[in-house]
Design a protein around this ligand. Structure first.
Ligand SMILES: [Zn+2]
Length: 68
């Protein structure tokens, strides 16, 4: 199945201060508007994302200490 209706992905460009379309390269992605490196999230969204991750994460069981 070809992704013809591929989701119109955008990333955050700190130069444009907006979510923009981007060009992918091997190492990074670049804004199509100004050529700056883009990020997956803005700082604000990143914090929100991390917070939601933390909220979703259940406290892990502490590994049992083995006394040998
Ligand atoms: Zn830009």
């Amino acid at each position: 199945m070809a992704p013809s209706n591929y989701y119109d992905e955008t990333r955050y460009c700190p130069q444009c201060d907006a979510y923009v379309r981007f060009l992918k390269s091997l190492e990074a992605s670049y804004c199509v508007e100004c050529g700056a490196r883009v990020r997956l999230f803005s700082q604000q969204d990143r914090k929100r994302f991390l917070r939601s991750l933390n909220a979703a994460r259940r406290p892990l069981k502490k590994p049992e200490k083995r006394v040998s």
